[in-house]
Design a protein around this ligand. Structure first.
Ligand code: 2KA
Ligand code: SF4
Ligand code: MG
Length: 197
């Protein structure tokens, strides 16, 4: 299988429940959405790599056996061959997705699903729901929590390239936790704040 790969790098997970986890990020190119504020515009650039090429590169730079597959939107490519080779080598596998596509046979290989929805999603069962505060309302958050089953619920400020809406985000967090049955938490992009990749 040939994958469109934007970059592969070792770092610490910057966001969500696994913040600080030492992983290799495999960033796949391309997305089925085009959000105005997308911070991965460069996902249009890619080199073609097979699952074996990817494993080889990951093996060279890894500090442990954990990877996070991100994008772009990774689920628009057929992930099964890549997941199979990584799992065969004993990797913990996380994925970052917008939830537009179902994760079916892939689920057997994936240890952690983090979903950042941009609208209604097909995916309904995830480990972590991470909603970016693109002027969203308490009602929209309630809709998400009613529709999506997750272990952890996060809100993230929106970084539009110029500003990061911290203040309206913590206000929203306070408001949702007044009415929600879930415990919503704040997720910051700690890789940007701490100056790592
Ligand atoms: N350190 C670090 N953590 C991340 N978590 C999600 C990322 C992404 O771009 O998907 C990302 C990223 O680009 N860097
Ligand atoms: S879903 Fe994510 S990768 Fe795709 S355009 Fe939106 S922000 Fe960018
Ligand atoms: Mg990023």
């Amino acid at each position: 299988m040939k994958y469109k790969i934007n970059e592969i790098f070792q770092s610490l997970q910057g966001e969500g429940h696994n913040t600080g986890k030492n992983v290799v990020f495999v960033r796949l190119s391309g997305c089925d959405l085009s959000c105005d504020w997308c911070d991965t515009k460069y996902h249009v650039n890619f080199t073609e790599m097979t699952e074996k090429d990817i494993l080889e590169k990951v093996e060279k730079i890894r500090e442990n056996k954990s990877v996070i597959i991100t994008g772009g939107e990774p689920t628009i490519q057929n992930l099964l061959p890549l997941l199979e080779v990584l799992k065969k080598e004993g990797y913990w596998i996380g994925i970052e997705t917008n939830g537009n596509n179902l994760i079916k046979a892939e689920k057997e290989y994936i240890d952690y699903i983090s979903m950042s929805p941009k609208s209604k999603t097909k995916l309904k069962n995830v480990d972590e729901l991470r909603v970016v505060n693109d002027n969203i309302t308490v009602d929209e958050l309630i809709n998400y929590e009613n529709e999506i089953n997750a272990k952890y619920y996060f809100i993230s400020p929106l970084d539009d390239g110029e500003d990061i809406n911290y203040k309206s985000t913590i206000k929203l967090l306070g408001e949702i936790n007044e009415v929600s049955k879930k415990q919503w938490r704040l997720s910051l992009q700690m890789h940007k704040l701490s100056g790592i990749v």
